[in-house]
Ligand binder design. Structure first.
Ligand code: NAD
Ligand code: IPM
Ligand code: MN
Length: 358
């Protein structure tokens, strides 16, 4: 029996509803495979901000550094400006722990109605590899002549050679390991003068070390159109922080719901804990109703197991998710069904417990 120490941050809104469901699914898989969880919950959230003026305590990062991984729900809620809540909790964790890879799979599952005509499971199955600690997400810049009609606001993007190369190499390695061996790079080098041509240049140079990988580059505008027009074309898509963010909502939307998609914030060197969360946010419009889809969180839990070297745990969770999705009675409203969060979570637990093999 091995014990895994996980820091749990349910956060805001539906984060508090989906995270317990993810924990129960992980525990069910753990019972099958001799893995125990030691959960330590942190109530850091916008509520904490209202009470203390901070999203997390001053030594929050130090507290998290002692865990094997971090399992997070969502951060941000009306009442606290989003840039304050996110720069107070989620973004500092990604940066402090150098989680420079944000790996976001996009997959169409049997049973989930697809909004794109004629697409079958198997047609949509790719990864968005998002740079996660630099690029357009920066606090460099500011406002001048504030309060006058001459106000100027500037916002600087920052692309380092190290940061650019390591995410591109990660994406090439992933593409190399897959059957199609196809990498698409998202830039906007016709309109953005410095950073985007730089990124294209780094891709071209690094490509020379991966002769088996077929590489192409798209400007982000046509790339978004192509996600909708021909999602089956894509295998691994690499992009900067902002472009990766946008593509990783659009991709899952093409598979029927954003709520199924996971987000693995990875420090590949394992020097620091990695963090696993759904792609979606706190969904204030449905928070408290008990109807949030917990599958993005469960899939994120499966990725956490893969990262921690427990592929059999990952496979149990994925097989359970796939079998549950085949039955319409388990689908939540975002997937066209009527089940609620707890019912879908219970169906996943039951599927794990009754699975013949995994
Ligand atoms: P959102 O992802 O919270 O919601 C977008 C839409 O998708 C809403 O209509 C919502 O009801 C629906 N949705 C999202 N998750 C769902 C689920 N699990 N089941 C069913 N429906 C679901 O995006 P938003 O509205 O732009 O953001 C709301 C808040 O969340 C903001 O404060 C934002 O900054 C924050 N946010 C946080 C994260 C994160 O913590 N990683 C990610 C995205 C947004
Ligand atoms: C995500 C979210 C965050 C991001 C926001 C809330 C800062 O949209 O995880 O995709 O852009 O990284
Ligand atoms: Mn996002």
């Amino acid at each position: 029996m091995s014990t895994i120490k996980i820091a749990v941050i349910p956060g805001d809104g539906i984060g508090k509803e989906v995270i317990p469901v993810g924990m129960r699914a992980l525990e069910a898989a753990g019972r099958k495979h001799g893995v125990e969880f030691e959960w330590t919950e942190f109530n850091w959230s916008c509520e904490t901000y209202h009470q203390t003026g901070r999203m997390m305590p001053e030594d929050g990062i130090e507290q998290l550094s002692k865990f094997d991984a971090i399992y997070l729900g969502a951060v941000g809620f009306p009442g606290v400006p989003d840039h304050i809540s996110l720069w107070g909790l989620l973004l500092p964790i990604r940066r402090a722990f150098d989680q420079y890879v944000n790996l976001r799979p996009v997959r169409l599952f049997e049973g989930v109605p697809c909004p794109l005509v004629g697409k079958q499971p198997g047609d949509i199955d790719f990864y968005v590899v998002r740079e996660n600690v630099e690029g357009e997400y920066s606090s460099i810049g500011g406002i001048q002549y504030e309060g006058t009609e001459h106000e100027i606001v500037s916002q600087q993007s920052l692309f380092t050679r190290r940061g650019t190369d390591r995410i591109i190499k990660y994406a090439f390695d992933l593409a190399q390991s897959r059957a199609k061996k196809h990498l698409s790079s998202a830039t906007k080098s016709n309109g953005i003068y410095h950073s985007m041509p730089y990124w294209d240049g780094r891709v071209a140079e690094i490509a020379q070390s991966y002769p088996e990988v077929n590489v192409d580059q798209f400007h982000i505008d046509i790339l978004t159109a192509n996600f909708v027009r021909m999602p089956e074309f894509f295998d691994v898509v690499v992009g900067s922080n902002l472009f990766g963010d946008i593509l990783s909502d659009l991709g899952p939307a093409c598979t029927g719901t954003i709520a199924i998609a996971p987000s693995a914030n990875i420090n590949p060197e394992k020097t620091f804990p990695s963090m696993f969360e759904p792609v979606h946010g706190s969904a204030p419009d449905i928070a408290g109703q008990g109807i949030a889809n917990p599958l993005g969180t469960i899939w994120a839990g499966a990725m956490m197991m893969q990262h921690l070297g427990l592929p059999e745990m990952h496979d149990s969770l994925m097989q359970a998710m796939e079998s549950v999705l085949r039955e319409a009675e388990h689908l939540t409203p975002d997937m066209g069904g009527q089940a609620n969060t707890l019912a879908l979570g219970a169906a996943v637990v039951a599927a794990i417990e009754h699975a013949a093999i995994a």
